[in-house]
Design a binder for this molecule. Structure first.
Ligand code: AHZ
Length: 321
């Protein structure tokens, strides 16, 4: 089927709610569509199966393709999304797959602190706001975005517009794939996934086995401990790759933010950790409602991933040298 143009812009460049008569006529010849708000609005016809197939073929082709990704990012909060944006725009050749357990991506970044809407970001992370085109008020050492949702929705839209990014939301990472690597050591080599609604029902149903995605680089940004948080940090402990959790310490903005950004790193071969998950891993302070470190940590995680792609030998989605 040919795509249907529903551009309302008239030939003189002005836009009217009903379009021009000529445009209406053109639309009427094309599946009988009519964009008329006086009672004659008419949609192009559709079969229910077309809707199903339009979704299914795209979703499952994507799952098929992304079963081997270049980078998997776990968690689409402020750290994960900042990472995805920097990585996707710096390395358009990499297939980046973001997995988010929640239906709504964005993590805690839809609001500032105590459910208030303004979002505080300390300099120098304001540079990132200019890059993605989010306006702010300058308060000297920090800036304020009028609504956290403006930051998150803008960032999300920029990330999703990158052709090399796939976001699978409502999809939980249930486990990590851990291989013996070429050195004989242990390496995180992928993730074990399930639809979150399945993951939440493991206690009520008999075994519902998961799926896998392998990738040479996994970036985990699952936030601090909570019902879903600090997922990979906790799994590293139970898998014997980390002795114990450092546990996030009390709030100190001045200590917390540089610690999270500067300590963002490959915490175990194959696994880069970013955002507040790192404070649980390392035992560093929390910063509360200042988001500069989430941006900085996300960008640093992306640069660490790029270093791996520049130095490691990779074949069939695995680091082999
Ligand atoms: O749903 C989670 C959220 O969107 C998602 N997530 C967690 N576990 C997952 C799993 N599989 C898939 N197993 C998972 N997704 O990860 C996202 C984490 O986002 P977040 O906003 O909670 O974390 P962040 O580190 O990006 O940002 C933290 C923001 C905070 S918390 C804080 C404080 O408490 O002091 N201060 C700041 C700035």
């Amino acid at each position: 089927m040919a795509p249907i143009a529903l551009d309302q812009t008239a030939t003189n460049g002005t836009s009217t709610p009903n379009g021009t008569a000529a445009l209406k006529a053109a639309q009427a010849n094309d599946y009988g569509v009519m964009e008329d708000y006086e009672g004659k609005y008419n949609f192009a016809p559709i079969e229910e199966a077309q809707v199903s197939r339009a979704m299914i073929k795209r979703y499952f082709n994507t799952m098929y393709e992304r079963a081997v990704s270049d980078v998997v990012i776990i968690g689409a909060g402020s750290a994960g999304l900042s990472c995805a944006y920097h990585l996707a725009t710096s390395r358009p050749d990499l297939m980046i797959t973001i997995l988010e357990a929640n239906v709504a991506p964005g993590g805690g970044a839809w609001l500032g602190g105590q459910l208030m809407t303004p979002m505080v970001i300390r300099k120098p992370a304001d540079a990132f706001l200019r890059k993605i085109g989010v306006e702010y008020e300058d308060e000297g050492p920090f800036v304020v975005v009028k609504h956290a949702a403006l930051f998150t929705s803008t960032l999300l839209s920029k990330v999703l517009a990158q052709p090399n990014v796939v976001l699978m939301n409502a999809t939980a990472v249930e486990d990590l794939i851990i291989h013996k690597d070429y050195t004989g050591g242990q390496r995180v080599a992928g993730v074990v996934t399930n639809w979150t609604l399945v993951a939440l029902n493991h206690d009520t149903q008999s075994c519902m086995d998961p799926n896998t995605i392998t990738a040479p680089v996994i970036i985990t940004a699952t936030g601090h401990d909570g019902p879903m948080g600090a997922f990979s940090a906790k799994r590293l402990v139970s898998a014997g790759l980390l002795k114990e959790l450092g546990n996030m310490r009390g709030l100190d903005m001045n200590r917390a933010e540089p610690a999270v950004v500067n300590q963002t790193r490959e915490v175990t071969p194959g696994l880069i950790m970013a955002g507040m998950e790192l404070s649980e891993h390392d035992g560093s302070n929390r910063m509360g409602p200042t988001f500069g470190a989430m941006i900085g940590s996300g960008v640093k995680a992306a640069t660490e991933a790029i270093k791996i792609f520049e130095t490691a030998k990779i074949a069939n989605g695995r680091v082999v040298g």
